[in-house]
Write a protein that binds this ligand. Structure first.
Ligand code: CMP
Length: 144
């Protein structure tokens, strides 16, 4: 089924000049970019985005890292987009991410795993709502 998903290229990606490579993988896979913006996220937004992790030991470090520099937030769409994007990313822990996946190729440690990808269609819609207004999301036909 056609789904939307939310992706975020984390701080460090722009500094390392790997944003194009990552976006290229998303393009080649056939996921459609409906929205994309560069932003520095503030603490309240980072805390809301990662609310499910608020009791985890890594939460404080996660929030401070995610607010430490610019990110690229994206809305992507396609058939099974949530799952497809997660396959492209590979496992959350870069130690377990195989070569050929975004995390396998570009990251070494859990706290710097390059990209966030929604884990379900429900989280995708929640996260999209935190980062984008409806006016910022553009539906368009594929062949033009
Ligand atoms: P992300 O998909 O952005 O969601 C939460 C982030 O917390 C995760 O990627 C990791 O970068 C980070 N993190 C740090 N430690 C852990 C852990 N033990 N389990 C899951 N995520 C972790």
């Amino acid at each position: 089924s056609y789904q939307r998903t939310f992706a975020m290229l984390k701080p460090g990606v722009l500094q390392r000049r790997i944003s194009g490579d990552i976006i290229s993988r998303i393009d080649r896979k056939g996921l459609k970019i409906l929205a994309l913006k560069m932003m520095v996220i503030d603490k309240p937004l980072a805390e809301r985005h990662y609310a499910e992790h608020q009791d985890k030991p890594f939460f404080t470090e996660l929030v401070s890292y995610m607010t430490s520099g610019p990110v690229l937030a994206m809305v992507l769409a396609g058939e099974h987009a949530v799952h497809q994007l997660r396959v492209l990313c590979g496992p959350t822990n870069p130690d377990q991410a195989p070569p050929g996946t975004i995390r396998g190729d570009f990251s070494e440690i859990m706290n710097r795993n390059v990209i966030h990808a929604s884990d379900s269609p429900e989280s995708a819609e929640r996260e999209i709502g935190l980062f984008f207004t409806d006016q910022e999301i553009h539906e368009y036909e594929d062949d033009n």
